[in-house]
Design a protein around this ligand. Structure first.
Ligand SMILES: *Cc1c(COP(=O)(O)O)cnc(C)c1O
Length: 385
């Protein structure tokens, strides 16, 4: 039994990043500034996008993205197997969230079920690359094209993932936007933080302006030696920009992204090998051909009928082994607020509901040692034997 508690996730931040944060503090430039602009440039290169707009969370990024493609009363289609943030962004844009059930194998939105939910009011689809597994973007893009819809990829799990040779975030089509999260559990972190990417210049400009109360692009520099002190406002905005203190961490984290993701992939391979064949435990499906999975989380399904205990009981038992787990996600329409807003009840999205009852995330983060992985494997095996 472990002496120390193994959390389900933990960030790895370098001494260089810490020094660069201190540099921001000492320089007096704490809020958005040149480091944020530099991080945006490096991030855009990293995901092969033309524009990157740094924000203070993915939630903020999703809100700006939805406002860029939909207005009050429009409908936006998304998945119930996501964090609340995805639908909150739709709701606070004045739009109506429409939930479509998931594929039972990938847990991503089922493209075959999207068309029946499209109406004259539908303006956008928000696919979520669950756990870092790319959605079936060929099918989703074909639907978007047929009905003239925008696409916002909630890529909070998917930094470093790619689909059919294209990086998630490269967003080649018009009115195509991606949003990443840098919350400490995600593939890279800035504390809180997020990034929007797109090739759509008009959308990028609007989101960039709206993240700083409607002030134009260069306004962050208005107190600098070469800054303009006057600005006009053409479109009201919110206070969503990233600080240089955050960007200092983020631009350093980017250097480690491929190292982090290969360690995640190694750990996943170990889990897949060691946990195979346990009765009542379903491991993640094989990664689809010609895609790269970014393994933000490693989820398993627990069949209560076969195991004799529930997912919640499993999580408690893991705690007895001093190992943390996490729950991603309860199907969204089963939360009181979203049930009321969408009008959906238990039984309406059966696959997401079933997955939501059985799913649990095991520890997965780059700094996990082989011994940590062994501890998780041993605990799961002894609980589920
Ligand atoms: C983490 C997450 C978000 C929100 O990210 P924040 O940066 O915490 O706002 C949105 N969508 C999904 C799928 C997430 O996992």
């Amino acid at each position: 039994m472990r002496k120390d508690f193994l959390p389900f996730s933990k960030p790895s931040v370098s001494e260089d990043a810490i020094a660069d944060v201190c540099d921001s503090i000492r320089s007096g430039w704490l809020a958005m500034g040149p480091k944020t602009v530099d991080f945006e440039k490096k991030f855009a290169e990293c995901v092969d996008a033309k524009h990157a707009v740094a924000v203070n969370s993915a939630t903020a990024g999703l809100h700006l993205a939805v406002m860029a493609v939909a207005k009050s009363g429009d409908e936006v289609i998304t998945t119930p197997m996501t964090f609340a943030s995805t639908v909150n962004a739709i709701i606070y844009s004045g739009a109506v969230p429409v939930l479509v059930d998931i594929d039972p194998v990938t847990f991503n939105i089922d493209p075959k079920k999207i068309e029946e939910k499209i109406t004259a009011k539908t303006k956008a689809i928000i696919p979520v690359h669950f756990a870092g597994r790319p959605c079936d973007m060929d099918a989703i893009e074909a639907i978007a094209q047929k009905y003239d819809l925008a696409i916002i990829e909630d890529s909070a799990h998917a930094l470093g993932a790619s689909y059919h040779g294209k990086k998630i975030g490269s967003c080649k089509a018009a009115r195509h936007i991606a949003v990443f999260s840098f919350h400490p559990t995600k593939n890279i972190t800035t504390g809180e933080g997020g990034m929007i990417t797109t090739n759509d210049e008009k959308a990028a400009d609007q989101m960039s302006v709206q993240r700083q109360n409607g002030m134009d692009k260069g306004a962050w520099n208005r107190f600098g030696a070469k800054g303009k002190s006057h600005y006009d406002i053409f479109i009201p905005g919110l206070k969503y920009q990233m600080m240089d203190m955050q960007a200092a961490i983020g631009r350093d984290q980017l250097k480690y992204l491929s190292e982090f993701n290969s360690r995640r992939t190694q750990i996943v391979a170990r889990y897949n090998k060691e946990l195979a064949g346990l009765n009542g435990v379903v491991l993640p499906a094989a990664v689809e051909d010609n895609t790269v999975h970014s393994w933000h989380i490693y989820t398993i399904l627990l069949d209560e009928d076969k195991l004799g205990f529930s997912r919640d009981e499993f999580m408690e038992k893991m705690k007895e082994y001093n190992i943390g787990t996490a729950y991603h996600y309860q199907a969204l329409h089963l939360f009181t607020a979203y049930g009321e807003i969408t009008g959906l009840k238990k039984g309406d999205l059966p696959i997401a509901e079933k997955v939501g009852e059985q799913i649990v995330s095991l520890p997965l983060f780059p700094a996990m040692t082989d011994a940590d992985v062994e501890d998780v494997v041993a605990a799961v095996k002894s609980i589920c034997k």
